[in-house]
Design a protein around this ligand. Sequence first.
Ligand code: ADP
Length: 429
Amino acid sequence: MTSAAKLLLGCIADDYTGASDLANTLTRAGLRTVQTIGVPASDLALPEVDAVVVSLKSRSIEASLAVTRSRAAETWLRGRGASHILFKICSTFDSTDAGNIGPVMDALRADSKDSIVLVTPAFPETGRTVYQGNLFVGPVPLNESPLKDHPLNPMHDSNLVRVLARQSKTRVGLVDLATLARGADAVRAKLADLVSGGVGAAVIDAVFDRDLETIGQVALDHRLSVGASGIGLGLARALVAASRAKPDPKGATRVTPVGGPAACLAGSCSQATLRQIASAEKVMAVLHLDPERVVAGKDEAQRALAWAKERLAAGPILIASSSTPAEVAALQSRHGRDAAGHAIEQAMADIAEGLVLSGVHRLVVAGGETSGAVVDRLAIPGFLVGAEIAAGVPVLRAVGAGKGEMVLALKSGNFGGPEFFSDALALMP
Ligand code: ADP
């Protein structure tokens, strides 16, 4: 199970969903990838993998804390032999003049002793492109996109050379698209020029996937890069092209069967999830929780568990708290939005814990916050990313969990087709 093989790529992601997106992107590009929740214990046993993505929650916390946590992740990844580290940020460069991209980059750069760091949040397949150092979100510059009104990190300047220079102690330069278009050696020459001029970080343009591939190739000359899933894709493709990673689509998609009973939990009230629950009613036993009773105490979760235990042997089951927008609004007005949400999330975590104790090792969870509560409760340190059930929703195999082999699917509300629950279980033997 454990492997002494060195990691080809270590990633430090500044939030959980960004980490999942990156881990999924790396897997699709052929790297065997584990995503961890926070900095793992030093003795975490891993299957044989090419890349580890450590998920932090450091995007909008105090900069010095973001630096400390990122460094702890860095130490863990370097300890596992990672020769290159990607600091994964949001593709919209979410940050303020106080950080956290600049301070974390400065600290990791000092540790890596790199002369220059390549920086790009470009991810063309999601409409994030960089030209002359300016970030575009779809057809508009960042400062004209909805990100200008972001509640935590409003972005009023699309010129990333300026934005990063305000947050960082490093001098920031630009590698433009014209240079990039001339190939990896032209980029290397430009970087050497910048270094001789005292520049330590270079924002690099990228408009097409092939630009990311050139960037990935050059970035591998260095020990650190900064960017979103796009540069992750470039790094993965460069590792595969250099035969340092052997793409093994079967290996990436194969999940060791765990067998036994399977269960689904739905805490999302999105339209998509409501439709998926309605479809599941045709093929599995479904219990609708009474949200009012959930908020009132623990009995409803116990009732649900008793209901589940009677049915688990007969086939998959689904337990849902989800209700219509009008019912959700009514519950929230009686109890407050946060209190109602928290009580239901904790009930879902209680149910998940009870199900696992009853032998369920195949679990599908609908809802972002709901998934977070379940994963926290089950104390799962990380996941090996497998095949995609729907765009952006892979099968996950728990690694290092004390509760034995387990496969999960965790989806945000709006993801997946109408048959999502059966689709997921079909890929989770
Ligand atoms: P999504 O991914 O669709 O946003 P989340 O799980 O992130 O789903 O968020 C759904 C939130 O709604 C959670 O806090 C959950 O506990 C809460 N919730 C679930 N069912 C109900 C309900 N019937 N009434 C009110 N809130 C609910």
